[in-house]
Ligand binder design. Sequence first.
Ligand SMILES: *[C@@H]1O[C@H](CO)[C@@H](O)[C@H](O)[C@H]1NC(C)=O
Ligand SMILES: *[C@@H]1O[C@H](CO)[C@@H](O)[C@H](O)[C@H]1NC(C)=O
Ligand SMILES: *[C@@H]1O[C@H](CO)[C@@H](O)[C@H](O)[C@H]1NC(C)=O
Length: 154
Amino acid sequence: MQQSQILRNLCLFVVVSSMAVVVLGLCDSCQTNNVACLNETHYRFCSSNVAPNQVAQCPDGQVCTSLDIICIDKGVYDPACSNSTADGSCSSCDGTNLFVCTSRTTFQMCDGTNLTSQVTKCKDNKVCSINSGKYCVDLCEVGDTVECDREAPL
Ligand SMILES: *[C@@H]1O[C@H](CO)[C@@H](O)[C@H](O)[C@H]1NC(C)=O
Ligand SMILES: *[C@@H]1O[C@H](CO)[C@@H](O)[C@H](O)[C@H]1NC(C)=O
Ligand SMILES: *[C@@H]1O[C@H](CO)[C@@H](O)[C@H](O)[C@H]1NC(C)=O
């Protein structure tokens, strides 16, 4: 392989693996407090000494966090795995933008504040980046800031 191609593949690999982290957010990944938050309120233990496949729940009004105390009152600290982490947050048509990314690899036109139904796909290995002015850019160009971190349009 030529050196440029090796570099390119390396970059692709790094970005794809960092995207995987972004996609999963901190949902279901073992933290330093030895649990993995499954959603805002539920978690599982990461210690190999605890029998697997057991889900525990935070007390009412508390959320699962990366803190040592694990669960803490909602609003005091950001949950490690929130609904929006799981969904990815994507911009919506606010009346000033012409296009918005509707998934990592698609974008759609806005009609005022309404989203039109036509879905346009980026080429393979490109990710949607309306902010770049190019619609889609190489994975390596966006780094961790994917505009719409979602597998497919809603
Ligand atoms: C959180 O995850 C647990 C275990 O998967 C599930 O039972 C519970 O319904 C989930 N709660 C929410 C709010 O999604
Ligand atoms: C997340 O989803 C659950 C269940 O749908 C809801 O009870 C909770 O309020 C949501 N949390 C946020 C921050 O939207
Ligand atoms: C957006 O959609 C709503 C409901 O279909 C419609 O009433 C409204 O006129 C639309 N807005 C624009 C700017 O097209």
